[in-house]
Design a protein. Structure first.
Lengths: 306, 291
């Protein structure tokens, strides 16, 4: 098991390394001169040259690469072009807010999505199933930013129950978290439903029924437990969608997280911060999926890692 | 009972597929929504008398009325006209972005699945790399570096859909090449390339059609999301996501500025999702009811 974990962690490191190299090359090789863009159209040639020197963009590409990679190995993501703080400081200051939002959303999505999908499977083909399918369709088709705005309209402007912006107080997380959770909830419900449908035809479910187990016990104890494996994989995969959705949700609700920082940095042409954020997002995504794979061996004794 | 039930059984795949599609109520809703979107886009100039970019600062943020059925925005532009002309843009971006994804992704998947070996390994690692960015972040990063505007949005969103097509085609090619009719044609002396073009590709196409339809919905969401952030198609072009992004500051005074463009995006995506699911069921009846 330890060897497996180490091996997988190496995999994460390699993935993030390649993501980092790709972003590094994208920033430098795509059309456009970052120094000119950061300095602005009004800056003189000399000013742009000074900035290029300060950002290390005047060095040959391979030297920039060496500096970048050795910084990366020390956990140094460079200096923000906007605030002149280390990028890691900028990211550290916003990290907690995004994690809070992501965790609350994931918990909401699982707590609503799994029972919803399981219930639909037990009512397959009936009106309740159709209702759940409709909710799922709405969830996967709803622009997350529009859902956020409509919730603000209803709960903040009309009813005045919940705050529309910011992260102050416990109630502030409710609307952004629900907004962000809706897509994942729908996706999880859809996978739970199809996985349950397959499991409900298995022999052991019939056996459980035959020995006289109550319907509720059959569904929730025997079937759902065995149907959860693909659902858990999906929770990991949709975490990527969740991070993408967080960028939009944080913008709608003025949530002071990494997503806002990314959008602000893009508008400020703060490439070092954009570069650092992409790396951090990829790292988060890879780590969550690793955690999920390891979690399998805990819930499913058949899964063994050598 | 629909007239389709009595139709004689035809051997054509297209006839079968259309008949099954017509029998599914949700697929019909999808066809209607997508059809309405296409009609709105094509007939936009005839459906409204208003110019979508014409400002009228004496008629800003009006509620829906006879003159402006969906009201006016913060610059006094007719929202209905902007939504109708926006339908064009939405279809245009969606279709071209999906085309970019297919044109690159499908050949990559075919080569990967058919030749396997080193080339497969390399292609798959590149796809893994793209997926580890996650699709919205990849599109956002590309637009941030390439710059905003119509072409760059199409390229960025298109690139973010490549792995989906490559993965899908690879797995169907892998399973098709094990099927006995491929073995038969090889035994009859057909060479690699002929087997690929004549036998493998046509059979790998059905899932690609389904994926392309579902991807239309996904790319519309992504492109509108970029527009919402102000990183998509630039003003004054009537792009739905940008309309939402520009209008959201006026949500307190005139909610219709944000309500209607968002509803348009939502309905368009619902349409493509329903149509895609319907096509999947119609093209492969064995999959019906699963997912």
């Amino acid at each position: 098991m330890t060897a497996y974990v180490v091996q997988r962690l190496m995999g994460v490191v390699i993935t993030v390394f390649f993501v980092a190299i790709t972003v590094f090359l994208m920033v430098r090789l795509l059309p456009g001169d970052p120094a000119r863009v950061i300095a602005g159209v009004l800056a003189s040639e000399a000013e742009v040259d000074r900035l290029r020197e300060r950002l290390g963009l005047d060095e040959p590409l391979w030297r920039q690469g060496v500096i970048f990679v050795s910084g990366l190995a020390r956990g140094d993501l460079g200096t923000s072009a906007r605030t002149s703080n280390p990028v890691t400081t900028e990211i550290g200051a916003r990290f907690g807010a995004t994690m809070r939002l992501a965790i609350v959303s994931t918990v909401l999505a699982v707590l609503i999505g799994v029972p919803l999908g399981a219930y639909a499977a037990t009512r397959a083909g009936r009106i309740e199933d159709l209702f759940v399918s409709t909710v799922v369709l709405f969830g996967i088709s709803m622009p997350v930013y529009w859902l956020g705005l409509m919730l603000i309209l209803l709960f903040s402007i009309r009813l005045r129950w919940l705050p529309a912006a910011g992260a102050e107080g416990l109630l502030a997380v409710v609307l952004p978290a629900f907004t962000l959770a809706f897509f994942s909830m729908a996706f999880i419900a859809r996978i739970t439903r199809s996985s349950m449908l397959e499991v409900l035809h298995q022999d052991y479910v019939r056996t459980a029924r035959a020995k006289g187990a109550k319907q509720r016990e059959v569904i929730w104890r025997h079937a759902l437990r065995n149907a959860l494996a693909p659902v858990i994989t999906v929770i990991g995969l949709q975490f990527g969608e969740l991070l993408g959705g967080a960028i939009l949700t944080e913008t709608v609700f003025a949530w002071p997280g990494l997503g806002r920082l990314l959008v602000d940095s893009i508008f400020a042409r703060d490439y070092p911060t954009v570069q650092g954020l992409v790396i951090v997002f990829a790292l988060l995504f890879a780590l969550v999926n690793l955690a999920i794979d390891l979690f399998y061996s805990v819930i499913d004794p058949r899964v063994r890692y050598g | 009972m629909t007239p389709f039930d009595e139709a004689p059984h035809s051997a054509s795949l297209r006839g079968d597929t259309l008949r099954r599609l017509a029998r599914s109520p949700s697929a019909v809703v999808g066809v209607v929504l997508v059809g309405a979107l296409i009609l709105a886009g094509v007939l936009a100039p005839w459906l409204t008398g208003h110019d979508p970019v014409q400002q009228n600062l004496r008629a800003v943020l009006q509620a829906p009325s006879l003159a402006h059925p969906l009201g006016t925005d913060q610059l006094g532009r007719d929202i209905l006209a902007r939504i109708l002309f926006g339908a064009r843009l939405t279809l245009f971006i969606g279709a071209f972005a999906v085309a970019v994804g297919m044109v690159v992704g499908v050949p990559l998947g075919v080569v990967s699945g058919f030749y396997r070996g080193t080339i497969d390994m390399v292609v798959q690692r590149v796809m893994d790399l793209m997926l580890s960015f996650t699709s919205f972040l990849l599109a956002l990063t590309l637009v941030a570096l390439l710059g905003v505007g119509l072409t760059n949005v199409i390229v960025a969103v298109g690139i973010s859909t490549i792995p989906r097509f490559a993965r899908l085609v690879r797995s169907s090619v892998l399973s098709i090449r094990e099927v006995s009719y491929i073995e038969a044609s090889t035994a009859l002396g057909a060479r690699g390339r002929r087997v690929l073009w004549r036998h493998v590709l046509p059979n790998a196409l059905a899932p690609v059609i389904v994926q392309a339809t579902l991807s239309m919905g996904a790319t519309i969401l992504t492109a509108a999301g970029l527009g919402f952030l102000g990183l998509g198609v630039q003003p004054p072009t009537p792009e739905w996501g940008a309309m939402l992004g520009e209008g959201r500051n006026y949500i307190f005074s005139q909610p219709s500025v944000t309500t209607f463009p968002g509803l348009a995006i939502f309905l368009a995506v619902v349409g493509f999702n329903l149509l895609g699911d319907g096509l999947r069921d119609a093209l492969d009846p064995q999959l019906r009811g699963r997912r």
